[in-house]
Design a binder for this molecule. Structure first.
Ligand SMILES: [Zn+2]
Length: 201
């Protein structure tokens, strides 16, 4: 498959205290290994340390919805750290996992309206979590959502989404310096204003 021109997109990154720049570097390095398959590269920019906006993933997403996608940002990412209070929640979620056999996606999330904002759990409280997943593989997974992909079992559909984005990126009407996105129902965003409207709808 042809993924057209190489392109670098900018990820404005917020992180919880306790996550340092080498953690961030490691995560992006791993993600970029995956992205190189599509001639893409993610660059963390405007890295800002900020306390977790709330306890749940929902609170974090709300915080991200409230941030504007400024010039210079193509995507917004929050890197969640770990706290002792997370332990109960994690033990509970493992219980849910074993109890009903469904893996709830609690390692991270991406907004489905525009696929421009997401968070991942970038540190784990216990090694038991690592049996199932790791922050790096979570970033790769959520990273696919940031490129418009769903949770599909077959990568074929996802490759097509990425091709769509790269084609949109060459659209003459596209906002200069913005890397396009798509919603989960196929709405295309070629400028930040459209994204802003998409988020508030
Ligand atoms: Zn997913």
């Amino acid at each position: 498959m042809d993924f057209r021109e190489f392109h670098e997109f900018r990820v404005c990154t917020f992180h919880e205290p306790g996550i340092n720049s080498s953690d961030i570097e490691d995560l992006f390095k791993y993600w970029n290994d995956e992205l190189s398959l599509y001639k893409l590269r993610a660059r963390p920019v405007r890295v800002i340390e900020i306390n977790r906006p709330g306890f749940t993933g929902f609170d974090i997403m709300q915080f991200l919805y409230n941030q504007r996608l400024d010039e210079g940002c193509d995507r917004l990412l929050y890197l969640k750290g770990r706290k002792v209070s997370d332990l109960f929640y994690e033990v509970f979620s493992l219980g849910v996992l074993f109890g009903i056999g469904i893996k709830v996606e609690m390692q991270g999330a991406v907004d489905s309206r525009t696929h421009t904002r997401g968070y991942i759990k970038a540190k784990y409280i216990s090694t038991i979590q690592l049996i199932f997943t790791s922050p790096k593989s979570t970033l790769v997974h959520e990273g696919y959502h940031l490129l418009g992909c769903g949770h599909q079992l077959f990568m074929e559909a996802c490759y097509k989404k990425i091709q769509t984005l790269k084609k949109l990126n060459e659209d003459p009407n596209k906002e200069e310096g913005f890397f396009p996105s798509v919603s989960s129902d196929g709405k295309e965003f070629i400028d930040r204003k459209q994204v802003q409207r998409g988020i508030s709808n």
